[in-house]
Design a binder for this molecule. Structure first.
Ligand code: KG4
Length: 342
């Protein structure tokens, strides 16, 4: 089934053509350089850039895939969660396209598509499995019971892992997106010297908390500035990275043990973190767990992963009509009660 998919939830305008789990075109136009000037994503700018880029991305995707408009069998789009103005650009483009071509419109949840990035990389991966979703705005641990059935085991009650990286990196004066920069700098040092907490919400739950760690790092930086003590940025980067990995690893390993799942997948932008990948690999190998990690090109926002998830949403009958709206927040298991579409 030839699917045309669109992603515009944050600062990447992306259009892809997929056929099941096969990628025929994956076009990504990133706005990172512009948002870097402000130290983070400016929502109004993001929406405007999506408007400017989306048509060109669409035409390039068709050309790269070597197909014509008439060969598109369905249109898929990220409808939630994300920046509302940014999401609306993709949703409205998708609605217009589906309507004009007379093909089904498939709404896709952003985090489900991050998980589906793993299907593109490994055709042997099938549910059930455990998944750690770590992105800029979300951190959650869920059981993927079927392609469109999710059970949330734990999630962050405050900041996401990516947010913790980005905001502490910003306080150190590092360029946006801080997680990437911090990962590079951290590899040049050992995580010693700086005492930082490893917050844990409450015993027995698989929830996460990152705001305490973020605040501790920011306080440490301000204190060093006040007393005129030079900051060892590489060491601090390595320490923050180690702490974030400790928190993610401990919860994930405990959830694997509790659920008895034998497969683990990582998803989202932070799954590109080199230390997280290394430590997860090591821990899974020790426990005989099969680990699935998306290749770097599918860790960040892209539309190929939207296509991969849309294929299964369509099979489950999850299609929308022209009344489809975009939502800034939406739980991954939004269809648990009624089984239907948004
Ligand atoms: O999944 P994503 O592209 O966007 C959302 O859907 O939120 O994730 C972006 C996040 C940013 O916080 C960025 O700093 C982080 O992923 N990130 C990383 C790395 N690469 C991207 N964090 C740590 N280490 C990396 N190598």
């Amino acid at each position: 089934m030839i699917l045309l998919s669109i992603e515009s939830s944050c600062d990447e305008t992306a259009v892809a053509v997929t056929d099941g789990r096969r990628v025929l075109a994956n076009i990504v136009s990133t706005q990172v350089a512009e948002h870097r000037l402000y130290g983070g994503v400016v929502p109004e700018i993001a929406s405007r850039r999506h408007c400017e880029a989306i048509s060109a991305c669409y035409l390039k995707a068709l050309k790269t895939a070597g197909i014509t408009e008439r060969q598109i069998e369905a249109v898929a789009v990220t409808f939630a969660p994300g920046l509302i103005g940014a999401l609306l650009v993709g949703v409205n483009f998708a609605k217009g396209l589906a309507l004009s071509l007379g093909v089904p419109l498939i709404p896709v949840h952003h985090l489900r598509s991050h998980i589906a990035a793993n299907y593109l990389a490994d055709e042997t991966l099938t549910p059930p499995f455990l998944c750690l979703v770590v992105s800029g705005g979300n951190t959650l641990l869920c059981e993927v019971r079927d392609y469109t059935e999710f059970l949330i085991l734990g999630q962050t009650g405050d900041d996401a892992a990516g947010e913790c990286f980005d905001k502490t990196a910003r306080a150190m004066g590092l360029a946006y997106p801080g997680g990437v920069t911090m990962d590079k700098i951290a590899t040049t040092a050992d995580p010693v010297r700086y005492p930082l907490p490893t917050p844990k919400p409450s015993t027995g739950s698989f929830d996460f908390s990152f705001s305490g760690l973020k605040t501790a790092v920011i306080n440490l930086i301000h204190h060093a500035e006040q007393i005129g003590e030079p900051l060892d940025v590489p060491v601090l980067c390595a320490t923050v990275r180690q702490k974030v990995c400790d928190i993610l690893l401990e919860n994930t390993m405990a959830a694997l043990q509790k659920t008895g799942q034998t497969k683990l997948a990582l998803a989202g932008g932070v799954s590109a973190n080199s230390e997280l990948r290394r430590r997860m690999e090591e821990a899974c190998m020790k426990r005989g767990i099969s680990l699935f990690v998306p290749p770097l090109c599918y860790c960040g926002d892209n539309a190929a992963m939207v296509g991969a998830q849309a294929y299964y949403e369509y099979k489950a009958g999850h299609v929308a009509d022209a009344s489809l709206n975009a939502y800034a927040t939406m739980p991954i298991d939004f269809n648990k009660k009624d089984g239907g579409t948004p």
